[in-house]
Design a protein around this ligand. Structure first.
Ligand SMILES: [Zn+2]
Length: 306
């Protein structure tokens, strides 16, 4: 499937749609929706009013049913800035995702423009979710054919500290959120855990789904993209270990690493953020503050330009 063109909904199984936004660069996420007999479940919103209107139009092309639930896979702005435009009756996410959403609410979206000048932030809003869970929550959605089981699972720290994926066992579909970045997008785990991300990718592969919907990048039919993302993160981990052993800085490692096939992937600057995260994990350093994360992002850009 070509990975260019217009954003569109793709039916993966009757009533189960991935909403794909091509190229998947910063803030251009994939989402999804599940059509039942009485209502629609939306999986993540998108990063601007214009993008949300387009997503809504794709839902309306398929069904007039109201959006009853909106699930956020994690608390990054591109996945939740337009929750309110879908008018869900109930929004839900992992407990930690809501805590991060509350912190996100304190940030003026215009501040993002310094790092991402292409964003359209007018009309976006951070709306804290209504319902949270800790480990696993199952939604039973009535469909024309019977019932759809929607398992929402928190795998532990991975892309962030509050991720979830949605597993539809009968349909063989997994909505991964940003637990999976697939080609051509480089994985990004600065706000989570390199180790945890590798383990989560293993867990996702063990589900043997027919298709995996990544948070950014192209659909993965079978486990191919998960294996590639896992290999990339294993490379990051090995290089971070070498860095600690040889007393190298993250910047020195970035200059030395041969990315091989990942060199042709987009957002390569993320290597610095991923190495920084691995470095801190290896040194037993705790989670990073918002300010520390911002400093690393600035270094990523400095390195990408220099
Ligand atoms: Zn994310």
């Amino acid at each position: 499937m070509a990975w260019e063109g217009e954003p569109r909904a793709v039916e993966l199984s009757p009533g189960v749609y991935a909403y794909l936004q091509p190229r998947g660069e910063w803030f251009v996420n994939n989402a999804g929706f599940l059509v039942g007999r009485k209502e629609v479940v939306v999986i993540d919103s998108v990063a601007s009013v214009r993008r949300a209107e387009r997503f809504l139009a794709e839902i309306r092309r398929v069904t007039d049913l109201p959006v009853r639930y909106l699930v956020n896979t994690h608390a990054h702005a591109d996945h939740l800035w337009t929750n309110h435009l879908f008018r869900p009756l109930l929004t839900l996410c992992h407990r930690r995702c809501r805590e991060d959403t509350l912190r996100e609410r304190e940030v003026d979206p215009h501040l993002y423009l310094t790092l991402f000048p292409q964003l359209e932030v007018e009309g976006v809003r951070v709306s804290p979710q209504d319902l949270t869970f800790d480990t696993i929550l199952t939604l039973h959605q009535e469909t024309e054919e019977g019932e759809r089981e929607i398992r929402m699972v928190h795998p532990g720290p991975a892309h962030t500290y509050g991720d979830l994926f949605l597993h539809l066992p009968k349909e063989g579909v997994v909505f991964c959120g940003d637990l999976l970045f697939s080609p051509p997008c480089t994985p990004f785990v600065l706000m989570g855990s390199v180790k945890g991300s590798i383990e989560t990718l293993e867990l996702l592969q063990s589900l043997k789904a027919r298709v995996y919907v990544p948070g950014h990048g192209a659909l993965s039919w079978g486990e191919g993209a998960l294996r590639e993302a896992e290999e990339y993160l294993r490379l990051v981990w090995r290089e971070a270990e070498r860095g600690v052993r040889e007393g190298k800085t993250v910047e020195e490692l970035v200059a030395e690493i041969n990315l091989g096939k990942y060199d042709s992937w987009t957002e390569k600057e993320r290597l610095l953020g991923n190495l920084e995260r691995a470095h801190r994990e290896l040194k037993g350093a705790p989670e990073m503050s918002r300010e520390e994360i911002l400093q690393v992002m600035v270094r990523m850009w400095g390195q990408a330009k220099g």
